[in-house]
Design a binder for this molecule. Structure first.
Ligand code: DGL
Length: 272
């Protein structure tokens, strides 16, 4: 593995930025390339065949840009396409799946909620994991229809977003859940509203940090970590729609101190 090459990350849009942020915090000397396939979002309602084709396209684009490892920062693409990608490309792939296992193991009420896309909830990877860990647990699965397009437009705290969330969380609150699993990488952007709506005893979990740790572990195994601290990493964030929403997120991350002011980040419009 070429250790001075960048880590490649893709998602159906800006959602995977929630994972990318964890990666650059855990691996501060690594350069990254991020592909926001916003032009084809949402992936969640597409067929498995379409999701595989889009994942191939994103993988090819990242490989052309020199990625040494690919993080599929999208639950829908992971649950529907990662098996295919791993079988057809030599580069290591890291995926993201809803964190059902920790939620099921830690739930005291034996009741957990899972908010995800249709594509994720209908996938066999999801049902296998769910069957394995939730035998004695009540699971309330809800499809977050309409949320991804609103987040893609930057309406993270708008009235429409809140109304949808109130509707989707109602059956979960009624069922007495004490864990909510965010099964879509776009949803961590909704954390402030989710916390407003949910009772205080509900813990919200997503898999972003776990994905960053797994990325580091796989790079270490392959001798692919940059060790030279003097190298200044660069981060190129590509969107095939427009860079405005990405720019907005980066500004917010910088203002809140989640990303240092010295981190070099470029947002770029590109066809892919
Ligand atoms: N971020 C994607 C995920 O984690 C969103 C899917 C979509 O585009 O519908 O599933």
């Amino acid at each position: 593995m070429q250790n001075n090459h960048p880590i490649g990350v893709f998602d159906s849009g800006i959602g995977g930025i929630s994972i990318w942020k964890e990666i650059i915090q855990l691996l501060p000397f690594e350069s990254t390339i991020y592909l926001a396939d916003s032009k084809h979002a949402p992936y969640g309602a597409k067929s498995q065949e379409e999701i595989i084709q889009l994942s191939i396209k994103n993988t090819e684009a990242l490989l052309q840009l020199g990625a040494k490892i690919i993080v599929v920062a999208c639950n829908t693409a992971t649950t529907n396409a990662i098996k295919y990608l791993r079988a057809h490309y030599d580069v290591p792939f890291i995926g993201i799946e809803p964190a059902i296992k920790p939620a099921a193991l830690q739930s005291k009420n034996k009741s957990i909620g899972i908010l995800a896309t249709k594509g994720t909830l209908n996938s066999s990877l999801f049902s296998n994991t769910s069957e394995r860990y939730t035998q004695e647990i009540q699971t309330i699965e809800v499809i977050g229809t309409g949320l991804v397009p609103l987040i893609e437009q930057g309406h993270i705290d708008g009235v429409e977003t809140k109304e949808l969330l109130v509707k989707y969380l109602k059956p979960m609150i009624q069922a007495g859940i004490d864990y909510l699993v965010l099964g879509c990488s776009h949803y961590p952007f909704l954390l402030p509203i989710l916390k407003d709506i949910l009772p205080d005893n509900v813990t919200i979990i997503d898999s972003g940090e776990a994905v960053a740790r797994q990325t580091k572990a796989v790079l270490l195994q392959n001798g692919g970590i940059i060790k030279k601290k003097e190298l200044q990493p660069t981060h190129q964030l590509y969107s095939n729609k427009n860079t405005e929403t990405l720019d907005g997120i980066i500004i917010r991350f910088r203002e809140s101190g989640q990303i240092s002011k010295n981190t070099v980040i470029r947002t770029i419009y590109k066809e892919f």
